[in-house]
Write a protein that binds this ligand. Structure first.
Ligand SMILES: Nc1nc2c(ncn2[C@@H]2O[C@H](COP(=O)(O)OP(=O)(O)OP(=O)(O)O)[C@@H](O)[C@H]2O)c(=O)[nH]1
Ligand SMILES: [Mg+2]
Length: 348
């Protein structure tokens, strides 16, 4: 028995229309108690126009879509009510449905029902969240692939052949007296495992690449004060997001911005210039810069092209184990010691 759950499917804000979803065994009975038409005899997917009623009082005129189990997202009887997008109306309709026996859905419960009724597997359930949160067309494409079952179809044959192998090993160990079962020997197992490991590795690598496309990458812009970090952030974002001055120590807090680089989302963090400082606020900012480096998937280390000093060397040392791009800035002020700098950097 699956209780009927109800939730607003669209954002909780004023809009032209809002969609309220219900799913569960008593879904049609509950809606019929407050709708001007009877849903109980519905045999197939139906669209209706009618009124939501609180006794005789009309709450709203709505369009209603009724899905008959199993042909619905959750696999259960489900209803989508398209009402006018006033939060007052939405609140009244949801309260009415709860009064008549529905209960408020928990986060992700519609997808959970869909999983429980085997309408989709866990990979597909996760991909719904990715699809909703996708910020680039590449991320959207990838989530749609997963939702369509492309990823699951890669995993399923591997999983089932591994289960077959484990079963065969267990039968061979537990019931050695069975003669009608093909015995698995060590060589066969090793051969199978050797064949499978590259496939699993390939899947994991694909998964990591997929994560990068889905979530984007965190990029910390670091360097000593006044080297041009905030200028670089602003130029990436094409807006004056961070304050730029010629005073060393301008940026105190981490300034964040996002940019879509050919389908890859970069989460940029402009940080406080790193140096020894007695200033309390600046020191906190510098600690935050170091935390940003630790958090980042990629670090852009900015150096002044004309000179390399002790502060730069310390930053190079601090970032030596991170994936990093070293950028020479202020090239217009001179590049004459670039070769010397490269020699030094190659030692880090
Ligand atoms: N000549 C020259 N000046 C630059 C360049 N890039 C930035 N600047 C100047 O350098 C100064 C410092 O720039 P910011 O972007 O504020 O430097 P920052 O690294 O964020 O500095 P802090 O926040 O203090 O750590 C400003 O006056 C910029 O206009 C460049 O390529 N060439
Ligand atoms: Mg700055």
């Amino acid at each position: 028995m699956f209780e009927t759950i109800v939730a607003l499917a669209t954002p909780p804000m004023k809009s032209a229309l809002a969609v309220i979803r219900l799913s569960g065994d008593d879904c049609f009975e509950i809606v019929s108690k407050c709708f001007s038409k009877d849903l109980k005899q519905i045999k197939k997917r139906t669209v209706m126009v009618g009124n939501i009623l609180d006794d005789t009082h009309v709450v709203d005129e709505v369009v209603l879509l009724a899905y008959v189990s199993p042909k619905s997202f959750t696999g259960e009887n489900s209803v989508e009510i398209m009402c006018h997008g006033s939060m007052l109306i939405v609140g009244e309709i949801i309260s009415l449905l709860i009064k008549h026996g529905a209960r408020e859905a928990k986060r992700g419960e519609f997808s959970q029902r869909s999983f429980l009724h085997q309408k989709m597997d866990l990979v597909q359930a996760e991909s719904i969240n990715d699809l909703i949160n996708a910020q680039t067309s590449e991320a959207k494409k990838l989530s749609l692939f997963a939702l369509e079952g492309v990823v699951s179809n890669l995993i399923k044959p591997l999983k089932s052949s591994l289960i077959d192998l484990i079963s065969a090993i267990e039968v061979t160990i537990d019931y050695p007296e069975y003669t009608d079962i093909e015995e698995v020997n060590k060589e066969a197992i090793i051969q199978y495992v050797d064949k499978t490991i590259p496939l699993v590795k390939q899947l994991i690598e694909g998964g990591i690449k997929g994560q990068i496309i889905t979530n984007g990458i965190k990029v910390a812009i670091v360097g000593k004060p006044n080297v041009g970090k905030s200028s670089l952030l602003n130029s990436f974002l094409n807006e004056e997001k961070a304050i730029v001055t010629d005073i060393a120590g301008t940026t105190r807090d981490v300034v964040e911005g996002e940019v879509n680089l050919n389908g890859l989302m970069l989460h940029l963090m402009d940080t406080a210039g790193i140096r020894e400082s007695k200033d309390k606020i600046e020191s906190i900012g510098i600690d935050k810069s170091k935390k940003s480096i630790d958090l980042a998937d990629l670090v852009i280390v900015l150096l002044e092209a004309s000179k390399l000093d002790e502060e730069d060397k310390q930053i190079l040392e601090y970032t030596k184990n991170k994936k990093r791009i070293i950028v020479y800035n202020k090239a217009d002020l001179g590049l004459h010691r670039k070769n010397k700098m490269e020699k030094h950097i190659s030692r880090h």
